[in-house]
Design a protein around this ligand. Structure first.
Ligand SMILES: [Zn+2]
Length: 169
């Protein structure tokens, strides 16, 4: 799933559980970074393969890059986002502009680990348990419609929970 918005749905749900401790922007950034792998390979070899980054060690490396190098750009994005909002939108759509290191790491790690699991259901060349397990034992376990549907559902549920939290704040 090269940077499809479907990956962001589970991110919204995970963030809604503990907004101060899980950065959705770090989650989204790590998902975008990990999919540079099939995109670059597509342009270089013609095959959008997932050989290295779509493994647990690769996912860890991408999460580290997103958490360590991506935190400041994510904060800059949030400041830009907040600056674009009208006064009426601020109570609902503004985001706290500071991302703690812990929230960046948690968001990025959840981002890449959920990413290789979700991609693992779809793509045979993803190795979601390497080096413990070569190959991909989960491909096809979840039907594509179910996979996409549950990502959308997770996103809607996450947004609903975040909205409820705002109302109570
Ligand atoms: Zn992917």
């Amino acid at each position: 799933m090269p940077i499809t918005p479907f990956h962001f749905g589970p991110g919204a749900l995970l963030t809604s559980v503990a907004p101060a401790h899980v950065s959705w922007t770090a989650f989204a950034l790590s998902n975008a970074l990990i999919d540079l792998e099939p995109i670059v390979l597509y342009f270089v070899t013609g095959d959008p393969a997932h050989p290295w980054l779509h493994t647990p060690p690769g996912a860890l490396a991408v999460a580290a890059v997103a958490a360590l190098l991506g935190r400041k750009p994510c904060e800059a994005f949030l400041r830009w986002w907040n600056s674009r909002l009208s006064p009426g939108q601020v109570p609902w759509l503004s985001a706290g502009p500071a991302i703690t290191a812990g929230a960046a790491w948690t968001g990025a790690l959840l981002g890449t680990s959920s990413h290789i699991l979700l991609d693992g259901f779809m793509h045979g060349d993803v190795r979601p348990f390497w080096p413990l397990h070569e190959g991909n034992p989960i491909q096809g376990l979840v039907a594509l419609d179910w996979l996409h549907g549950s990502c959308v559902f997770a996103g809607l549920l996450g947004v609903a929970i975040l909205t409820l939290r705002r109302r109570q704040a």
